[in-house]
Write a protein that binds this ligand. Structure first.
Ligand SMILES: *Cc1c(COP(=O)(O)O)cnc(C)c1O
Length: 462
């Protein structure tokens, strides 16, 4: 029988030096349903389970769900029945996970075949089903999300049709693209969209106020944001899967992960600590270069406001999961970007390679990869590929390498057409978008009105 893994808060060090009582460690269930620790830190597993190399190699030629079960059971084996976990995984991963050979032992892992053609589908779908399982019997959860575009539809699609959970997505009426609006408004079912007469900040403020409002405490409000450990766990799986498919016994592997809030790369860091033979984790960023600069100089400075780059899902000036990376390497950084303990830089540099990729280099990479290899990349994947090339320039020999492509090129038609003169074919999930229908509810950027809407609309029980 496995022991239950407990989760502690990244703020426990700060609590200790400030003489406060640290937040109590909690079970996975609480970490999942709370999202953030009461002391505003991020939950981390107290122990990291190990996988045997034999079990990993045994996944070769087997479906993605087999890798998912191996990784998820290592964390959740004592928290839920194995057949329930298997059902969660089967219904989360019902789409392709292509590994494309580019040249020699270089591959691209396409994480863009889910319902919103973004790698965020992997984490959001599994988290939604875990939340449904772990809620109290008979309880309805109400997920509130503020979005500037893509995250909202990934979360909405992930929860669509999931038992016992309703989702309310707030987006700024005039700040999302036509296609994004269509994706958001047409999810339907238990997913309701509110088109807010205001900016993204107004949407975020409405949601924040609702979470802090004692009058709404009975409504089981919950968030589905990227700091939830329930979203990190699914992001360990594809590293194990890809290694198992491509490796021979004795191989080491390099992953290149285009990085913004560092949740995706954190999944790889955990996979390393679970026993994956990782030679190096490559973490390229766009022009928001606070992390590569930190690795180089040892001095951390967040970028505020963040820089607007082509790979817009990575425009992050202070990655929220940096707190977890620091903690894993014996350091502490708080939410505002102040470093209280410097992590073990030498080990970090040995394990992680990070560079900043400019928009100009991103465009050149899209062109070069297509001309040289007929490899079709969108801006996020191009940052990943460029980072991998920079790594290889200084690496000596070429090991087994996998670059993650985190979105589908068809989500960036103008950029691809102007650079390559081709129009990428839409993935199945986006093909019928024009024929879908659905309308958002209009909402004022006014907390009293929003609050009245929540009190009259939301249900707290099944
Ligand atoms: C969110 C996102 C990223 C960055 O992932 P992080 O986990 O935030 O580092 C990269 N590419 C795409 C397409 C994304 O949506």
């Amino acid at each position: 029988m496995r022991e239950k893994i407990l989760y502690y808060s990244t703020n426990r060090y700060l609590a200790a030096v400030e003489g406060r009582k640290p937040a109590e460690p909690v079970s996975f269930r609480e970490a999942l349903l709370l999202g953030q620790a009461p002391d505003e830190g991020l939950y981390m597993p107290e122990t990291i389970p190990r996988l045997s190399l034999k079990d990993i190699h045994h996944l070769k030629g087997r479906p993605y769900t087999a890798a998912a079960l191996l990784v998820a059971e290592a964390y959740l084996g004592a928290d839920m029945p194995p057949e329930t976990l298997a059902a969660v995984i089967e219904s989360s991963y019902n789409y392709d996970v292509p590994l494309e050979n580019v040249v020699d032992r270089l591959y691209v892992l396409r994480l863009d075949r889910g319902p919103t053609a973004s790698f965020k589908d992997f984490a959001a779908r599994m988290m939604a089903r875990l939340m449904s399982h772990f809620r109290d019997p008979g309880m309805r959860l109400n997920v509130l999300v503020a979005t500037s575009g893509d995250t909202g539809s990934a979360v909405g699609e992930a929860f669509k049709g999931v038992d016992g959970i309703d989702v309310y997505i707030l987006y700024p009426r005039d700040e999302v693209s036509g296609r994004q609006k269509k994706q958001l408004d047409t999810i339907g079912g238990n997913v309701c969209t509110l088109s807010v007469d205001g900016k993204f900040d107004d949407c975020q403020n409405l949601v924040k106020q609702a979470f802090a409002d004692p009058a709404l405490a009975g409504l089981n409000l919950t968030s589905a944001n990227s700091i939830n450990f329930g979203r990190i766990l699914p992001q360990m799986i594809y590293y194990v899967y890809a290694y198992a498919q491509l490796s021979e016994p004795g191989d080491e592997i390099v992953f290149s992960v285009p990085s913004g809030n560092f949740g995706d790369a954190l999944g790889c860091e955990y996979a390393r600590r679970m026993g994956l033979p990782l030679r190096r984790l490559v973490m390229p960023t766009n022009e928001n270069d606070e992390f590569p600069r930190f690795l180089e100089t040892g001095v951390y400075g967040k970028i505020s406001p963040s820089r607007a780059c082509l790979s817009n899902a990575m425009n992050v000036g202070h990655p929220s999961n940096l707190a977890r990376f620091f903690e894993l390497y014996g350091g502490t950084v708080d939410r505002t970007g102040v470093v209280h303990r410097v992590p073990d830089l030498e080990t970090m540099r040995r394990n992680i390679f990070s560079v900043a990729v400019s928009d100009e280099e991103t465009r050149q990479t899209i062109r070069r990869a297509y001309e040289r290899y007929r490899l079709l990349l969108e801006p996020h994947g191009a940052v990943g590929w460029c980072g991998l090339e920079r790594y290889l320039e200084q690496a000596g020999k070429t090991p087994l390498c996998v670059c993650l492509e985190t979105a589908h090129p068809a989500k960036f038609p103008e950029e691809i057409e102007s650079l390559l003169n081709i129009s990428p074919e839409l993935p199945v999930s986006m093909r019928d978008l024009d024929h879908r229908s659905g309308k958002p509810l209009p909402m004022a950027a006014d907390y009293e009105i929003f609050r009245r809407f929540l009190l009259t609309t939301l249900k707290a029980t099944d």
